[in-house]
Design a protein around this ligand. Structure first.
Ligand SMILES: Cc1cc2nc3c(=O)[nH]c(=O)nc-3n(C[C@H](O)[C@H](O)[C@H](O)COP(=O)(O)OP(=O)(O)OC[C@H]3O[C@@H](n4cnc5c(N)ncnc54)[C@H](O)[C@@H]3O)c2cc1C
Length: 642
């Protein structure tokens, strides 16, 4: 476009995103860049202080192994993650993060994050792996350290409010990224020796439960829209676990967290008849053995048991807040003063849990006169999300660290640089890297640090700047800005610029995507159930949607961002549908159910389901990768073999 300035930035390491993984990467990269005379550039579509999933704050750090206390080992954490993911996990990646995550948490505390301590000065645990914190400023604290590391050392620069669209490639090597400012007419070309993708996961791929006046409210932050997946898919990187979506059960409508209730307050959830589905439906777990037999029961199975009650007409499901608080306070019942004091303390902890990370849930409680010590609150399964760092697992297939490989795993899981995707020079962390779930905020930060260190090693050993073809950049610029041209050209042709035979606006495009995914790929409308015929129809409809994406129109820079966010979501959707179709079984009931393949098939599908897009031919290649172990297997899993 004529009135656009093209800004070219050359750097050694390009960090994409400004969330937990990117902030970890920035801190580590700044140190190694100083040692090696390198430049580091971080680009975020928002402002790093409050961007990403931790923007609103968190009330718990979900991954702390506590190695220094000697209570848990790295293997314990790997066992937990493997079981929660129904056997599908990369032990080398999970172990690499688990052995480093504590140091990220200790850094957070050093930087000023108030983690709860008990009277002996020990961290207060919410559960075995979780720490309680006063976390409304969690992201600000972590961002400040990242900014200080990059800017005060003089090695780095930060671009905020620049939306990254896609990769620049030099053959099979990533050569940087392109994007645009969401505030000024500037198109950005970032050329780099190594690129670290940390642009989070994806929401609003599926139709959300909150629509109409609640539109935009979701569990996952609406501004993470599948950019990591799009970037790595377009770079030709192999992707893994694209079928593993996450459906959190949360307080209904405002998506308030349940962790503190289940783990700290030891609350039960019951149906409208007072039945406890975790007790009454226990026999169901046997169908999903060996995973269903292990404690903690995998998150998808816990979801599933509640969903079965709802499908049987026993809803709503209630979090029994009044029962849980009453039970804790009952220890003080003989002393009225102490009882009242304890109740006040519990009540304030309950509200603070929401105020620290999901303020809207506190607002909903207040506006519907809920007093948690008096009244239960509804909980419900939300819609599907892609969040490989939480209890999902989707992301790029990345190399593990060299020192953790066995002779067997080395062949499959190691190709030179830890956390590098199969595209050369393209590193991934947090939601961007797959098969290593349960990293959460702290593990994503740790993985960012690990990936950044490996990326610096890559740069030192591959020091030539990759070549970028000018004609390719010009074509990308024209294609990326096209929605602005389309609007300019046609918007005056109808009385209402929202409706036009020559284009569609991003909002309508998103609604169509969500409808396809909801009805055909197992969304809320079908109780997360799908089958081969539905999935094939989804692919057919996604192909039409892809065709129509060329007609997207944007009236301003904000809408241009919306256009590209939705294209990113569409590619995440396609990778998901293809992989659910490819995996001929149901492995994660509670996340999705293949009605035509209703059972788990350990013999044939105890494997990773991977996909890879070839940008040259436009073809997708589906393949399996073996599950190999670096640790001895727990007894109940021994029969599973490799
Ligand atoms: C609702 C919710 C509750 C959670 N609760 C907890 C908890 O209690 N404890 C815990 O430890 N963890 C929790 N997590 C998990 C934790 O937030 C994530 O694991 C972690 O934030 C993932 O880090 P990330 O860097 O991959 O993504 P994020 O932290 O989400 O960062 C993504 C970054 O990418 C940027 N970005 C996105 N697209 C683009 C683009 N196109 N161009 C440029 N930049 C882009 C974003 O602005 C953001 O800076 C929770 C997550 C959610 C969603």
């Amino acid at each position: 476009m004529e009135n656009f300035e093209t800004v070219t930035v050359e750097t050694d390491l390009l960090i994409l995103g400004g969330g937990m993984a990117a902030c970890g990467a920035a801190v580590e990269a700044a140190y190694w860049a100083q040692q090696n005379g390198l430049k580091v550039t971080l680009v975020d579509k928002a402002a790093v202080d409050r961007s990403g999933a931790v923007a609103m704050g968190l009330s718990a750090i979900n991954q702390y192994v506590g190695l220094r206390d000697g209570k848990n080992s790295v293997k314990d954490y790997v066992d937990y993650v493997r079981n929660d993911l129904m056997g599908i996990t990369r032990e080398d990646l999970v172990a690499n993060i688990a052995r480093h995550v504590d140091s990220s948490v200790h850094l957070f505390e050093k930087w000023g994050l108030p983690i709860w301590k008990d009277e002996n000065g020990a961290y207060v645990h919410e559960g075995r792996w979780q720490l309680m914190l006063n976390g409304e400023s969690y992201k600000v604290v972590v961002a400040e350290a990242a900014k200080n590391a990059l800017l005060k050392s003089g090695v780095g620069e930060i671009y905020e409010r620049v939306f990254i669209v896609g990769p620049l490639m030099d053959g099979d090597r990533c050569a940087g990224a392109v994007g645009f400012s969401v505030r000024e007419n500037k198109f950005y070309v970032f050329k780099s020796k190594a690129t670290l993708v940390a642009m989070g996961g994806a929401v609003h791929v599926f139709k959300p439960r909150s629509s109409g006046e609640g539109m935009g409210r979701a569990w996952y932050p609406p501004w993470n829209s599948g950019s990591s997946a799009y970037f790595t898919i377009q770079a030709g990187a192999e992707m893994t676990c694209q079928e593993v979506r996450f459906i959190p059960v949360r307080f209904k409508d405002a998506y308030g967290p349940v962790g503190a209730w289940f783990l700290l307050f030891k609350s039960r959830a019951t149906n409208s008849q007072g039945g406890d589905y975790m007790v009454e439906r226990k026999p169901e777990l046997e169908k999903w053995a060996p995973y269903g037999r292990v404690k903690p029961i995998p998150a998808n199975l816990r979801n599933y048991m509640g969903m079965l009650d709802v499908m049987d007409g026993k809803g709503p499901i209630y979090m029994r807040t009044e029962e849980a608080l009453g039970k804790i306070a009952s220890a003080y019942k003989d002393d009225e003063k102490a009882y009242k004091k304890k109740m006040r303390e519990l009540e304030s902890e309950a509200w603070e849990d929401f105020l620290d990370m999901t303020i809207s849930q506190a607002i909903l409680w207040a506006s519907t006169n809920v007093q948690p010590e008096e009244k239960s609150s509804e909980i419900a399964a939300s819609e599907p999300y892609f969040i490989g760092s939480h209890s999902g697992a989707s992301g790029a297939w990345v190399s593990g660290p060299e020192d953790l490989q066995t002779d067997e795993t080395r062949q499959e899981y190691f190709w030179g640089y830890a956390h590098m995707s199969t595209a050369k020079g393209l590193f991934c962390a947090g939601d961007a890297s797959g098969a290593s779930s349960h990293k959460f905020s702290s593990g994503s930060h740790a993985e960012g640090r690990l990936a950044a260190k490996a990326a610096v090693k890559f740069i030192v050993e591959n020091s030539a700047m990759p070549a970028v073809d000018r004609a390719v950049v010009e074509a990308l610029e024209a294609a990326i800005l096209k929605p602005l041209d389309t609007y300019e050209q046609h918007s005056k042709e109808t009385t209402d610029p929202e409706i036009n035979p020559n284009y569609l606006k991003p909002r309508a495009f998103m609604f169509r995507l969500q409808k396809i995914m909801d009805e055909y790929a197992g969304g809320i409308t079908t109780q997360f159930t799908t089958n081969e015929a539905l999935l094939k129809r989804a692919l057919e409809l996604l192909a039409y949607l892809k065709e129509d994406s060329a007609s997207l129109a944007a009236s301003n820079l904000h809408e241009l961002m919306r256009c590209w966010e939705n294209i990113h979501r569409m590619w995440q959707a396609e990778a998901h549908v293809r992989t659910v179709l490819f995996r001929q079984e149901t492995r994660w009931p509670g996340y999705y159910f293949r009605a035509d393949k209703p059972k788990m098939d350990e013999e044939n599908w105890h494997v990773f389901a991977n996909c890879q897009y070839d940008p040259k031919t436009g073809e997708w290649n589906m393949r399996t990768r073996p599950i190999l172990h670096i640790f001895p297997q727990p007894k109940e899993h021994e029969s599973l073999g490799g």
